[in-house]
Design a protein around this ligand. Sequence first.
Ligand code: SPD
Length: 383
Amino acid sequence: MNKKHFWILALSFLALTACGKKEEPKEAAAPAAAPAPGANTEEKVLSVYNWPDYVAKDMIADFEKETGIKVNYQTFENNEALHAKLVAGNSGYDVVVPGAVFAKGQIEGGLLQKLDKSKIPNYGNLDSAIMAKLATVDPGKEYLVPWAWSYTTVGINKTKVMKALGSTPMPENAWDLVFNPTYTAKLKSCGIAYLDSPTEVLPPALHYIGKNAYSNDPADHKAAGEMLAKVRPHVRLFSSTMIDDLAGGKACVALGWAGDINIARSRAIENKSDADIQALLPSTGGLIFMDNLAIPKDAKHPNNALTFIDYFLRPEVSAALTNELSYPTANKASLAKVKPEIAQDKTVFPDAGTLAKMVAPSNFSNAARESLSNVYTAFKKGK
Ligand code: SPD
């Protein structure tokens, strides 16, 4: 008997006894029917751990209303924070959303459980071409269902950037705006914001200096650290999202995610600010990322988690994420429900030529993550 049934029975008993009337013994009630094999007998609760600004506004309330499952929804700042919780175990989360860059190690380390696809009837809505790209991370497609994807790039408040650059023209390669001291020295006055994690900053830095963005070689990490040291004095902010920094005017340039840069753009428009925010498409390519729904090995409500995953894979539910937050999903069936102005926005859905130049998601070894973390800490401290 689950807690809820226990309390219903207990409360009914109290109600009867509270009447103070002695009931005549009646015929014994028939025993409750056993649940059908495979039925979900979990208590109706679910803990979800996701990135901030990454869920359509009504999704959780609508899911709760329809299923009766009460959702405890919490957010984390970066992949490192989520990974630490999964490694420690007993996180209490039933659904987590790791980036592909960490998910491979989490699968191999036994931190996630296999998905019972017989309980995800909408799995077939996924785009097989995108799923094929995820094969390097989850070869048997056993552990992950993509939530959304986008790319790491540079976002600007165009008016402020043009003003700060003065007679210096915009660079051909947008990465120069955050990595080249000629530009950063000028943009320092209107504010440069970086994402705040080793695995968000080092891959674009490695890519900028011509190395493999996902190099496991400490010598490459050191070289990226040397490049970053030159621009460190010009970086004003480090944050887990640059939405408010760009929309609120604390930064005119950000190393960030295209989806969040587009959210900053919409937010500035809603606030009737004159900020002209744009996600740029660097000539040498942005870095594609994919965040994925997964169930921790020790999740207490895996069946509710599967119900949630299946609910998300409804075309209209996935489309709401794209329409409201400018993040594409891997749900092919949702594309017909994406608003034309979003579907045609090349910063949301880059064209094939632009995508071909981008760096595909990959992952780091554990040793490399430690080396990246040391380089990043020294960079941030300015040492
Ligand atoms: N606002 C939600 C952003 C989620 C970004 N995840 C990015 C992971 C990139 N490595």
